[in-house]
Design a protein. Structure first.
Length: 92
């Protein structure tokens, strides 16, 4: 089993300014959110723990927040998509 890889993501267009996600063997093992709706983000943290990153992306991508075209869940999906793209680029 590999060590968790911790990534950080600077969000755009949401109250949460920074996300930190620990990924191990393609699964989310932990996450931290800085700023934003504390209770909702704690709930998201608990829900995604142990989840495959592709499932997190599928479930959260495109979720809006009010009139905004993005949200903290959508930004989390963007974070994980960026991580996957970087991993693919490194493998090439």
């Amino acid at each position: 089993m590999s060590e968790p890889e911790v990534i950080q993501y600077q969000t755009q267009g949401v109250c949460c300014q920074l996300m930190q996600v620990a990924i191990q063997d393609g699964k989310v093992v932990d996450s931290e959110f800085f700023g934003g709706c504390n209770g909702n983000l704690k709930g998201i943290k608990n829900l995604i723990r142990g989840m495959d990153i592709d499932e997190v992306i599928d479930r959260l991508k495109g979720v809006p927040c009010g009139a905004k075209t993005t949200s903290c869940p959508d930004q989390l999906a963007a974070c994980l998509m960026q991580y996957k793209e970087q991993k693919l680029a490194q493998a090439s």
